[in-house]
Design a protein around this ligand. Structure first.
Ligand code: PMV
Length: 366
């Protein structure tokens, strides 16, 4: 049976929330993640067309505090403060998110929510804020379920439902509820993988691939001219769609082997191929567009040159934007930071880069 149906059936039990007085609170800090094999193209309700793999970041996270009280009116009631300011655009997004997940977590209409959220990183910095923000919120909701109904007692079932609900908020958010690596989307190479939620991927990883740095080189902090959801939609009748989904499956298989065997060359080939393929798909869609700029290309060329000349593992990846993620091994950190400061920051907006690395996943803060 589809997981969605299982959650729907189990939710029968979650329909009658007992009245309570006063305001209760729960809070989660949840990381953003950087995809190595990209999710680009979806079907039905936020189901991916191909499996993707990412790792959680450590310093780029959202902190979300949910204050909730009993709501007599049985409607969706949300007030949202983002970075201490009421934000109606985000509030409306959360309201429609809540409408979409009500079948799985029906007691949300018995509650009035006052949500406070903030990010540790600047807006439009090439860091997926929807991944951290939606996963932090979903984690709060499953915590409320656990608190109020005594369900989701086991860690595994708790984080699975959190991932399932995160996915419905933003696809890539499904991968943010775990530490280190996670895989979202059914793959023959990852047991228990699913389109409906992400799973933690923690077997068969060479120790050097557990200590990765991610230097995020900001070439532009302007808002994107084409959103990710528009980009996903353009995959529906994209002429290269089928070959893209095949390529992503093959790349995932290669990447898993590379991570297990410390095969740096294959890792570099796969993640750079994924980054450029993502942007090539944007360029070759109908009404093609590019989110990259001159500095993106300068940085990419310089990373390749540095890798060759220094024989040091340094690879780039890109999210849906012009900022470059330089992935490196933490054992090479001094060399890499020197390279960034001397060679790359001249291509960054206000010489700015964000010093991040693989992280330990979400944390309950309240
Ligand atoms: O989760 P969305 O809908 O914002 O899509 C994210 C897509 C990429 O960030 C480009 C790739 C990925 O897998 O995270």
């Amino acid at each position: 049976m589809k997981l969605e149906n299982t959650y729907r059936e189990k939710a029968e039990y979650l329909k009658n929330l007992k009245r309570f007085v006063g305001v209760q609170s729960v809070g989660w800090k949840s990381p953003s993640n950087i995809a190595l094999v990209k999710y680009w193209g979806k079907r039905e309700v936020q189901l991916p067309q191909n499996p993707s793999m990412s790792f959680a970041l450590r310093n780029s996270f959202s902190e979300t505090l949910v204050n909730y009280s009993f709501n007599e009116n049985l409607d969706i009631k949300v007030e949202l403060l983002f970075e201490n300011k009421r934000n109606e655009a985000f509030e409306n997004r959360i309201k429609s998110y809540f409408e979409g997940i009500i079948d799985f977590i029906p007691f949300i209409k018995n509650l009035a929510f006052k949500i406070e959220s903030s990010n540790s990183f600047p807006h439009s910095a090439g860091i997926a804020s929807s991944a951290s923000a939606m996963s932090a919120l979903a984690l709060c909701l499953v915590s409320i379920e656990r608190e109020m109904f005594g369900t989701l007692y086991e860690e595994k079932t708790f984080f699975e439902k959190a991932s399932f609900l995160s996915r419905l908020g933003s696809g890539s958010a499904a991968r943010s509820v775990y530490e280190n690596y996670s895989v979202w989307g059914q793959s023959a190479f990852v047991s228990e993988s699913s389109d409906e939620l992400a799973i933690a991927y923690n077997n068969n990883i060479h120790s050097e691939f557990l200590g990765l740095g991610d230097a995020i080189l900001i070439t532009s902090s302007k808002s994107k001219k084409v959103s990710s959801s528009m980009g996903h939609n353009l995959m529906i009748d994209h002429p290269y769609a089928d070959s893209r989904y095949k390529q992503a499956n093959e790349n995932l298989e290669k990447l898993l082997k590379a991570i297990a065997s410390n095969d740096e060359q294959t890792f570099v080939d796969v993640i750079e191929n994924e980054a450029l393929s993502l942007h090539a798909l944007m360029m070759s869609s109908s009404n093609g567009y590019s989110l990259l700029n001159q500095n993106t290309w300068e940085i990419i060329q310089k990373i390749k040159k540095f890798r060759k000349e220094n024989n040091t593992f340094a690879a780039f990846t890109l999210d849906a934007g012009p900022n470059v993620h330089l992935i490196y091994k933490l054992k090479d950190r001094n060399k890499i930071v020197e390279f960034i400061e001397l060679v790359l920051t001249e291509h960054c907006e206000n010489n700015k880069w964000i010093d991040d690395k693989m992280g330990h996943g979400p944390e309950k803060i309240v």
